[in-house]
Ligand binder design. Structure first.
Ligand code: HEC
Length: 155
């Protein structure tokens, strides 16, 4: 019994101590010359949907959900942000080669059709990031228009 109590106390101490660790936040607040809106037309409704459902992990500005004030949730979130941005960063889209821009647009379409994005571990709590069928088709239409406009632009 004594051993178990010590372990539990140890865990409690760790949980309390990590609450005081605040890693850097993904908030740039800088101008974004390479933002996707500079490359393709971005209607306001499309931007709104991407902001609420995708930008937390795929941009330079995260609206941290409330639960990330609790550790280790902040670390999990940061981990998602780092790997999400590596794959796709809407604010840095202009730095991609034309070929990569096209392929990222295709992946966005696929991720919505397959329902792999936004990550289910995120929508479990962020219910407002779950996209309706209408919202999904708005994004898919926008992807199609954007692919066409890029094809015209680069050919
Ligand atoms: C909670 C964080 C999070 C949210 C929110 C999120 N993603 Fe992701 N996304 C990731 C991570 C992490 C990866 C890389 C690992 C993986 O594929 O699972 C990724 C990968 C991707 C990829 C793959 C890129 C490639 O080249 O294959 C696409 C496309 C993508 N996300 C689109 C979206 C879209 C569109 C949304 C919104 C509808 C979205 N994501 C919302 C975290 C997120």
């Amino acid at each position: 019994m004594k051993g178990i109590k010590k372990i539990l106390l140890g865990i409690l101490v760790i949980v309390v101590v990590i609450q005081f660790i605040h890693p850097a936040r993904n908030k740039s607040g800088q101008a974004m010359p390479n933002d996707i809106s500079k490359i393709v037309a971005m209607p306001e409704d499309v931007q709104g949907i991407l902001k609420k459902a995708c930008y937390d992990c795929h941009s330079n500005n995260t609206e941290y959900p409330w639960y990330t004030n609790i550790q280790p949730m902040h670390w999990f979130m940061n981990y998602h942000i780092i790997s999400g941005k590596e794959e796709l960063n809407f604010n840095e889209f202009g730095t991609y080669t034309p070929r990569r821009q096209q392929s990222k647009l295709r992946s966005i379409e696929n991720s919505l059709k397959d329902g792999t994005m936004p990550l289910s571990s995120y929508t479990l709590i962020q219910r407002n990031a779950i996209l309706s069928e209408v919202e999904k088709s708005q994004i898919i239409n926008w992807v199609q228009n954007s692919k066409d406009s890029l094809t015209k632009k680069y050919n």
